[in-house]
Design a protein around this ligand. Structure first.
Ligand SMILES: *Cc1c(COP(=O)(O)O)cnc(C)c1O
Length: 471
């Protein structure tokens, strides 16, 4: 399988190339040159497979030329063997029509584990092959950092430096990062910084010749194609349990960077009968405005109880615009340049029509979020986290879905990860699952640094054992 950039000029790469590259060199994002497609009978034949086997079947066409089916199966077995539920992503029924797809049974209690547990192993495999090292540098508002650290801790040929804004992530999130004791894990708490400040330092490091010629700097955010690819699998798993390919299924997706819902779009492109994808946003609703009336304009971020959805711009939306807008990299590069200048753009007619065939959107404010949390609790005995509650609100508000179509809300985090918000809405405090063990008894390892680029770059340069000539 070959991959092309959404901005048209970066070199075409194979799967191994896009996994290690992350962002394309022209600033775009990589997508497969064409969508592999399963026929109805091929989908039917996959019914009932254990998750890790289904995962390998779904992903095989994407990794062709870079991994053999056996190598891929082995990686999936090891990645999904770390989940605490045998079904990996179990479904829970809420009422006649509504279901939850629990994506939080991985080691750090958020759906990001599903992709990152695989990505860590893909990195290790490809780096060994090319005798290379990777210095992962990332900024996190919480979930990505803990999932990425868990996925690469102790792996060979990888160092990870994770920046978080000091005092602005939850206790559980911070401890999941800082109590991971491994020589290749480096936590940095950036003083007097917001997530955006930390993110800006990371972006600068990628462009800094003093760093990027000495180190092979890698990314773990959802611009990495391999992450989206791994998320396609659970759309198939859920839909097939609910009757696909004979029956259509709708999904509601709590959305921030548009990675998770884009994976649902890919599943539909591959032949899964998806009735609709509902893009659920909190009050940071740039995506809802874009899909509802074509207005993609960034405002200021309002902090909410669903911090992983508090975004200004959704990187992966560019992938949708490219695919729906006729796959014209030159035109999209111009459109994105305009957006970077103005912080606003209009979707083209082709992009709007292409998107509206499959996607609708809804926005939930704090009251709607708490209301959905209480409904799930009172009606079905389910305690859900604030991100999931936004998805559930959007699912229940969606109009025009026939009563015999199941509507699946993606449950993206375990409620214990956001205990304070759950307690405010329900009056009960969810407890951490037993497998978190003594999270609050373990020693923390973290370095506080001032919010200055030079201090952070010097720290990384000093600790990165994985120096190698840039490739
Ligand atoms: C990351 C995250 C999201 C948003 O997912 P995107 O792929 O960025 O749209 C939603 N909920 C939780 C709990 C998350 O960690």
């Amino acid at each position: 399988m070959q991959y092309v950039s959404t901005r048209g000029t970066a070199p075409v790469l194979d799967f191994e190339g896009v996994t290690l590259a992350g962002l394309a060199s022209d600033g775009g994002l990589y997508l497969p040159q064409e969508w592999p497609r399963f026929s109805e009978s091929e989908i039917a034949a996959m019914a009932g497979l254990p998750y890790a086997e289904l995962a390998a079947r779904i992903m095989t066409p994407f990794v062709a030329g870079s991994l053999s089916p056996d190598e891929l199966q082995d990686l999936c077995d090891r990645a999904y063997g770390r989940f605490s539920h045998d079904a990996v992503t179990p479904l829970v029924q809420l009422d006649q029509q509504h279901w939850l797809l629990e994506l939080f049974h991985g080691p750090t209690l958020a759906f990001k584990d599903v992709a990152l547990q695989l990505l860590g192993r893909l990195f290790e495999t490809f780096l060994k092959r090319s005798d290379d090292h990777l210095t992962i540098v990332g900024a996190t508002s919480g979930d990505t950092g803990s999932a990425a650290i868990d996925a690469v801790a102790g792996r060979e040929r990888i160092d990870i430096f994770m920046l978080h804004p000091k005092g602005r992530v939850s206790d559980v999130q911070r401890r999941q990062m800082t109590t991971m004791r491994a020589p290749n894990v480096h936590n940095i708490a950036v003083e007097d910084a917001s997530f955006d400040d930390a993110q800006a330092m990371v972006k600068r490091m990628f462009r800094d010749p003093a760093m990027n010629t000495r180190f092979h700097i890698g990314a773990v955010n959802s611009i990495n194609w391999a992450r989206l690819m791994a998320q396609v699998v659970y759309y198939f798993a859920a839909a097939m349990q609910l009757g696909a390919p004979q029956r259509k299924v709708a999904f509601s997706v709590p959305t921030g960077n548009f990675g998770d819902v884009f994976a649902g779009y890919v599943a539909a492109k591959m032949g899964l009968p998806v009735e609709r994808l509902i893009v659920a946003t909190n009050v940071n609703d740039i995506l809802h405005r874009a899909l509802a009336n074509g207005d993609y304009s960034a405002g200021d971020v309002t902090p909410t109880a669903s911090p992983s959805m508090d975004i200004q711009v959704s990187s992966n939306f560019e992938r949708l615009l490219f695919d729906c807008g006729g796959r014209d990299g030159t035109a999209l590069a111009r459109q994105m340049d305009g957006f970077e200048l103005e912080r606003a753009m209009r979707l083209t007619d082709a992009q709007r029509t292409g998107a509206s065939g499959l996607l609708t959107s809804a926005r939930a404010d704090a009251d709607a979020m708490s209301g959905a949390m209480r409904w799930a609790h009172d009606r079905a005995g389910q305690v859900i986290d604030p991100h999931t509650a936004i998805g559930l609100h959007a699912a229940r508000a969606a109009e025009g879905i026939a009563p015999d179509i199941p509507v699946v809300t993606l449950a993206t985090a375990h409620p214990a990860k956001f205990r304070d918000a759950v307690e405010r809405a329900l009056g009960t405090r969810p407890s951490l699952p037993a497998r978190m063990g003594d999270l609050f008894g373990r020693e923390e390892f973290c370095t506080d640094l001032p919010g200055e680029y030079d201090a952070v770059a010097a720290f990384v340069a000093d600790r990165a054992t994985a120096a190698s000539p840039a490739t």
